[in-house]
Design a protein around this ligand. Structure first.
Ligand code: KG4
Ligand code: ZN
Length: 333
């Protein structure tokens, strides 16, 4: 078995995977949403302190698996460095105390493998990585052959969902809150300008949309509940229009040898996005792939699943030399 830890942002998570079958035997996450909600976003030092409290509890919960481990895996990049450091320290301790090898896992590869927890891995694969920390289009040919082909020039889409919810006084984390408000809103009531309209670069940009929302709210002043729902629906529509229009631009200009088109990360849990994404995939003859809802947001099962690939290819690291990084290219460990 491999034990995996994830602490790149504000969720402390643990999972145990069986090497031969790939079955997830154990998984648990302690969310910090409540602790950060008053701040409208993740406070890195608070996240780090809570990981230091929660990771030992999670490891104690998984104690019965410890004697049967062949390796310990941990997310080492990208993410909040003070948060990553807590998971890495815990994994180092397990590796050294139990004399088992260590696997350092890229968080984005983990998200990509969330697609393959309950089904066999399929490559080549094109994937939209849409979360609080990332917005990118990734071409993957295998565990060790992934590259980013388009990324956001500024904010990530999840970050903008979170900021928009704060501006609307609607709570945190923003994505699910806005999705729920939007269910009863009129998505055609407000229009937002599209970023990069005449720009042919393969890239996304969300900061302009966030700014237009701020200006709209300043202009409207106090708003009633229905207006809040209409704004949420119109804004969500604008975010997804931009995301999918830019992706369409890429798909119509670059021949694509992938059969499957995946969407991963917290934002891929959104039902409106899933419908629009399926339609886009069908337009280009691609088969859409999503992770089960519980594996869209940060979790350790996806890290364990990616770790299985690292284990099979013997991609171990020296526990005393694990590099922690807030940003890292997909080609590097
Ligand atoms: O993947 P994730 O848990 O963490 C990162 O790696 O960043 O993604 C968190 C992000 C947050 O910005 C959250 O607002 C967004 O995913 N999110 C959603 C939904 N659920 C979570 N965005 C849109 N619709 C949702 N239903
Ligand atoms: Zn993530």
């Amino acid at each position: 078995m491999i034990l995996a830890l994830e602490s790149s942002c504000d969720d402390s998570a643990i999972s145990v995977i069986e090497i031969e079958s790939g079955a997830i035997l154990f998984e648990r996450t302690i969310s910090q949403n409540e602790a950060h909600s008053g701040f409208g976003g993740v406070v890195p030092e608070l996240a780090s302190r809570l990981h230091a409290e929660n990771l030992p509890k999670l490891i104690a919960d998984a104690a019965s698996y410890l004697p049967r481990l062949k390796a310990v895996a941990v997310t080492n990049a990208p993410g909040l460095t003070v948060s990553l450091a807590e998971g890495v320290a815990a994994a180092q301790a397990i590796s050294l105390a139990m004399r088992i090898p260590m696997l350092a896992i890229n968080h984005i590869k983990g998200h990509l493998y969330s697609l393959f927890i309950d089904r066999a891995a399929t490559f080549p694969l094109l994937t939209l990585m849409i979360s609080g920390g990332h917005t990118a289009l990734i071409a993957a040919y295998g565990y060790d052959r992934m590259s980013e082909i388009a990324a956001t020039l500024d904010d990530s889409i999840g970050e903008v969902f979170d900021k928009a919810a704060v501006m609307l006084g609607a709570g945190y984390p923003g994505g699910a809150v806005i999705e729920n408000l939007a269910l009863e809103g009129d998505e055609n009531r407000f229009s937002f300008p599209m970023a990069l309209k005449n720009d042919k670069r393969f890239a996304f940009s969300f900061s302009g949309l966030k700014n237009s929302l701020r200006l709209l709210l300043e202009r409207l002043g106090a708003i009633d509940d229905q207006t809040r729902r209409d704004i949420a629906a119109s804004f969500q529509k604008a975010l997804f229009c931009h995301l999918l229009e830019r992706t369409r631009l890429f798909l119509s200009h670059r021949p694509c040898d992938a059969e499957y088109f995946g969407a991963v990360g917290g934002v891929s849990a959104n039902r409106r996005l899933r419908l629009a994404f399926e339609a886009l995939a069908a337009e280009f003859g691609l088969k859409p792939l999503f992770a089960p809802l519980k594996y869209c947001s940060d979790n350790a099962a996806m890290i364990a699943r990616a770790a299985l690939e690292a284990y099979r290819s013997g991609d171990f690291c020296d526990p005393s030399k694990v590099a922690i990084a807030s940003r890292i290219s997909l080609e590097k460990r």
